[in-house]
Design a protein around this ligand. Structure first.
Ligand code: SAH
Length: 347
């Protein structure tokens, strides 16, 4: 049995044509699978019986189920999803004044083991399928409609996992989310965040992507960055810088840097100087992120005064800087925290 929702749109068309049906059947089926998000081939009501039987005997559908959702005082709503093989992953619905954002996961767990991140502590289980990634957006959008009477305006791939280590599925899912067979969302409203897998950033440029790219930099000093983000031992800042430069030349997309401020680790003026120098590669924006403290963590949040000075310094270098307020801290909305809590409950 094959997972029907882990097949790209063009391949689905080929399967249907090979079966002896016309191309329009593939479009019909794709609309049922994606736009209507069916979870059973029996729901294909306008499709010939023999084609349904063929699909049922060769393929399965891997729809996510929502295990529970919990809303914070600031209306940030965290969702715990369950896969058909009984694994859990997280997604977050984040309403703000001018937008409603879904923050989605790309993998179950994560192999990168960033020192400050709760997901890293869980280890890596597996990649999410195209269908599972799509479902996070579809289900969070339905939740947004039922809670706020509004569709999602943005999607950020900043939940659990490293999206560029699940490259094919992430790009195929974005393709369906932005297609009229799926959710018809503009790619400009989607942001993929990476810890900096340099060769994959080059591949994104070669694939001529239309969505936004965010880099979790967190330090522009190799020694500090390698300490807090082990991936930096594989792809040094120079590799990252070369990849970003190539990416900008090919796509003209302005990158956003995420910079998590950890007190006395990376929040001095010297750190800000290194950041200002590094980000000269191409036009960019910088998001300074407040640390969402996790259990048993060695890190603490940057003191407000230091954050202000850090920001002022960057602005004095004409950089565009935003300080991101932490949302949903009362519901453990930081990456991997809800799963960690659920695991504690299960033990
Ligand atoms: N692997 C990708 C996407 C997932 S992490 C990446 O690294 O970009 C999404 C963002 O959340 C990253 O910038 C990550 O560094 C940050 N993050 C992880 N744990 C955090 C915490 N406890 N508080 C604040 N941000 C955190």
């Amino acid at each position: 049995m094959y997972n029907f929702r882990n097949i790209t749109l063009s391949h689905i068309t080929k399967i249907i044509e090979d079966f002896g049906e016309k191309k329009f059947r593939a479009t019909q089926i794709n609309e049922w699978i994606w736009k209507k998000n069916i979870s059973d081939f029996n729901q294909l009501s306008n499709i010939p019986e023999n084609l349904i039987k063929f699909l049922q005997s060769n393929y399965f559908l891997d729809n996510l189920k929502i295990d529970f959702h919990i809303s914070s005082k600031d209306r940030t709503t965290k969702c715990l999803f369950k896969t058909i093989d009984n694994l859990f992953l997280e997604g977050v619905l984040i309403p703000s004044d001018d937008r409603i954002t879904a923050c989605i996961s790309s993998q179950i767990g994560c192999a990168l083991n960033c020192d400050f991140c709760a997901t890293g502590k869980l280890g890596f289980s597996r990649n999410l399928s195209i269908g599972e990634i799509y479902d996070e957006v579809f289900i969070i959008n339905s939740l947004s409609i039922s809670l706020f009477n509004k569709q999602l305006s943005n999607v950020v791939i900043m939940g659990m996992g490293e999206p560029l280590l699940n490259y094919e599925n992430i790009l195929a899912a974005i393709n369906i989310i932005t297609s009229n067979i799926g959710m018809n969302m503009s790619p400009q409203r989607i942001t993929l965040s990476t810890a900096g897998i340099a060769p994959k950033i080059i591949q994104l440029a070669d694939d001529n992507i239309k969505f936004n790219l965010s880099i979790s930099l967190h330090s522009a000093d190799n020694i500090i960055r390698s300490k807090i983000m082990p991936i930096n031992n594989k792809y040094y800042l120079q590799d990252l810088s070369d990849a970003i430069s190539y990416f900008y030349k090919k796509t003209n997309i302005r990158i956003t840097y995420e910079y998590l401020l950890l007190n006395n680790i990376n929040n001095s003026i010297d750190d800000a100087k290194k950041l200002a120098k590094f980000t000269k590669i191409s036009p960019c924006k910088i998001n300074l992120i407040n640390y969402n403290s996790t259990e048993k963590s060695n890190y603490s949040k940057s003191e407000e005064e230091k954050t202000e000075k850090f920001k002022d310094f960057l602005e004095s270098k004409n950089l565009i800087v935003t300080v991101r307020k932490s949302k949903g801290s009362d519901i453990a909305a930081a990456c991997g925290q809800l799963i960690a809590q659920k695991n504690n409950l299960l033990i």
